[in-house]
Design a protein around this ligand. Sequence first.
Ligand SMILES: [Zn+2]
Length: 338
Amino acid sequence: MWLPQERFLAKFARPFMLMAFVAFLAAFAACNNTQPATSAAASERQPAALPQTDLPPAQSAPPAAQTGGFDGAKAYDFTAKLVAFGPRPPASDAIHRTQDYIASQLKSFGCAVDVDAFNAETAIGSVAMKNIIAKIPGTGPGIILLMTHYDTKRIDGFLGAEDGGSSTGLMLEMAQVLCARPKQTNAVWIAFLDGEETQGSFDWVDADAMFGSRELAARMAVSGDLKHIKAVILADMVGQRGLVIARDTYSTKWLNELIWRTADRLGYGDVFVKKDAPIDGDDHIPFLHRGVPAADIIDLNGYSYWHTTQDTLDKISPRSLAIVGHVLLESVGELQKR
Ligand SMILES: [Zn+2]
């Protein structure tokens, strides 16, 4: 994802940060003969998953019965499992293990699972990717589409606990809840997308990112399913401690209003705040471009560990996952009534 302000950072501040970092590395190398950390070594250093009982009480998830049946503790455990696979960039061994894990979990919940394997033409060449979609049938033709990306950015040692991990853990729990419920009017599809992150550079490039969402939107256009989508809700970076979600100004207004009204009704006005933040590079954009109502639920502004090797599991709160899961579950219920 990408904020316009980030362009300032990319253009002006980042080169200086890079120079400072290079100077630091040179100084480090001068007094150290050890090998630089590899991504494997970095992933071994990740904090172990904290048992629920060892988390600060303020970060614990309430019982699922208090959050509409969505279990924030389970969403956290799924996130911990994903992070334990290590850095998960497209076409890596770790992402292959992640894909097997997501598909097998979905099947174990009783979900119908559709896997779309495709080759993305990226800035680093052709890269094999996979979208994994849980499909909960409805009695009518309408589709409510929930989405997350599960790939992590190509940075050595980058674990993506919040960026890629949290929303995927949340959507696994969402699938566990929804696949067990009786059929409703609209189908609910839960898409686990590959290749959200830019492949060939640190900075965001539209044409070199959002591969999974562009693939899904294109496939749904060809199959005729796209015109049956009532709404797309994307979750991305939703598990951090002290979560504060502003309204993305690119998202569809009525859909934002439905979600924020639902959050208010549930008493989460301090998390889903009435502030605006533009997110013009994320997986909802390919659907907006095709005229499909879509909203992005993301807290990018508050997360200082974004796209750093410090994006680790200790930054994640089961309580934050529970709140977003509750709001999205109830928002799906509201969409079913529309
Ligand atoms: Zn990212």
